[in-house]
Ligand binder design. Structure first.
Ligand SMILES: [Zn+2]
Length: 174
């Protein structure tokens, strides 16, 4: 992403965060805590408080910010994707067909920590820069989520994922 593209993105941050807040507000009545799903393994990697305060919305189709309508053509490809989940701040959306997949919840929870640790502006800027430069799957914030998800899928030793993510973010975005 060039300096001028970053400038363009920064100028659109208020509109993107406005869209995110409106989307969260529109689904607020439908959200439920992760704990309500009764997953057995997530508590081995995330604290009970974290799981109780993180909200999940089950939807038929994952809402994606209208990036091309906002003039961010570099990120337009992201809008075309068919995602199983997406995270905005302390809430994530999962597709109904995949809502019972514990591994997907694990992945989105990594993004919840990223949002919390970086804050809205820094998360969005870092995520968009990664998308534009490396593409969705190889963007640093996704690599982190997929690597940890892979660890979970391979039955890796229970660990403090929140601390691991925060440490890694401090290295990547000092
Ligand atoms: Zn992800």
């Amino acid at each position: 992403m060039s300096a001028s593209q970053i400038q363009k993105l920064l100028a659109k941050l208020p509109e993107i965060t406005g869209w995110i807040d409106a989307t969260l507000a529109a689904h607020d009545g439908l959200s439920r805590p992760v704990t309500s799903f009764g997953f057995k393994r997530l508590p081995e990697y995330y604290s009970p408080q974290f799981l109780a305060q993180t909200k999940v919305v089950v939807v038929e189709r994952i809402p994606v910010p209208p990036l091309s309508a906002l003039g961010l053509q570099e990120l337009a490809a992201f809008e075309q994707g068919d995602y199983a989940g997406i995270t905005f701040k302390d809430t994530y959306f999962v597709k109904a067909a995949e809502a019972s997949r514990e591994s997907l919840h694990f992945h989105e929870l990594v993004h919840v920590v990223q949002w919390d640790h970086l804050g809205v502006a820094k998360f969005l800027t870092a995520y968009a820069a990664g998308l534009a430069m490396q593409g969705y799957r190889n963007s640093p914030l996704e690599v982190m989520a997929y690597d940890l998800q892979d660890y979970f899928d391979r039955n890796g030793q229970p660990a403090d994922v929140v601390a691991a993510v925060r440490n890694k973010l401090n290295e990547l975005y000092p």
